[in-house]
Ligand binder design. Structure first.
Ligand code: SAH
Length: 254
């Protein structure tokens, strides 16, 4: 009996963002593993076991799911957004690489989901319309000075930057430090978007500038998009502004 492990993206929150593939994979699982807050989004099914854990226990959760799948079960691991973006798919691969040879024989399937950066971008226009990158501000798994070097390099290279994990209770001050650094590389008027709990009932969107961004609160549920020098805001009378980054770099088509 060969086991199966599906790492499933649940999207940013709203059930309409769950793909049909994710629904099918959830429906056929014998057991579902995940951070408890994400598991709460998965409707419980009779006969399906649920294993919720803390969000800092990713390696242990991945190993537990792999052990279970290796017993022949059809196991699902859930992630918010996309499982491959700062999430469980890489944690599962790390465990497979370091784990017993039998884990390499498992049928492993990664089921993509809509990642937070895409959900936030879609709310405000097309800020990711030209080259962009994504950086996690969490220094749990990398040193802070590397984060600062990457931020500086990305801003100087003209990338729009999506910032995941901008703050947590344990790291309240890092977003302030990141903004201070970005102000050295980008004009004060650079557009910045704060998207909090996007697609959930408590969604909050703020469009501001690098100069004023320090006044906007950011927490674990916030995704920040820092514009490039080319990012523009179209103000409209009766509708929310549209933020976008043109497909062509200014001057490049001349
Ligand atoms: N795999 C997830 C990201 C995990 S890292 C994904 O693809 O979206 C967790 C970070 O994702 C949070 O700190 C926040 O920056 C972002 N995030 C996740 N869901 C969000 C949502 N609904 N609205 C805004 N940001 C969100």
């Amino acid at each position: 009996m060969s086991g199966r492990l599906a790492v499933i993206g649940l999207g940013p929150g709203d059930a309409r963002y769950l793909t049909r593939e994710a629904e099918d994979a959830l429906a056929s699982a014998d057991a579902v593993y995940g951070y408890s807050a994400y598991l709460d989004r998965v409707p419980s099914r009779p006969g399906q076991a649920r294993h919720g854990s803390d969000n800092r226990e990713e390696p242990a959760r991945a190993a537990a799911a792999l052990r279970h799948a290796a017993e022949g079960a059809n196991v699902a691991v859930v992630s918010g957004g996309d499982p491959g973006v700062f999430a469980m798919a890489a944690a599962v691969c790390e465990q497979i690489e370091a784990g017993p040879p039998g884990w390499r024989a498992l049928d492993v399937q990664i089921v993509p989901g809509i990642t937070a950066m895409l959900a936030v971008a879609a709310r405000v226009g097309a800020p990711l319309g030209h080259d962009f990158c994504a950086i996690s501000l969490s220094d749990n798994l990398k040193p802070w000075d590397l984060i600062e070097r990457r931020l500086a390099a990305a801003a100087a290279a003209g990338f729009v930057i999506a910032l995941y994990n901008p703050a947590s209770r344990a790291r309240p001050g890092q977003i302030g430090k990141a903004l201070t650094l970005l102000r050295r590389h980008l004009p004060a008027a650079t557009a910045i978007i704060f998207g909090r709990a996007v697609s959930r009932p408590d969604e909050q969107l703020t469009i501001t500038t690098l100069e004023d961004a320090g006044r906007v609160p950011a927490d674990m549920a916030t995704l920040i998009i820092v514009g490039s020098r080319d990012t523009r805001v179209i103000y409209r009378e009766d509708e929310a502004p549209l933020v976008y980054t043109p497909r062509a770099v200014a001057g490049a088509m001349a």
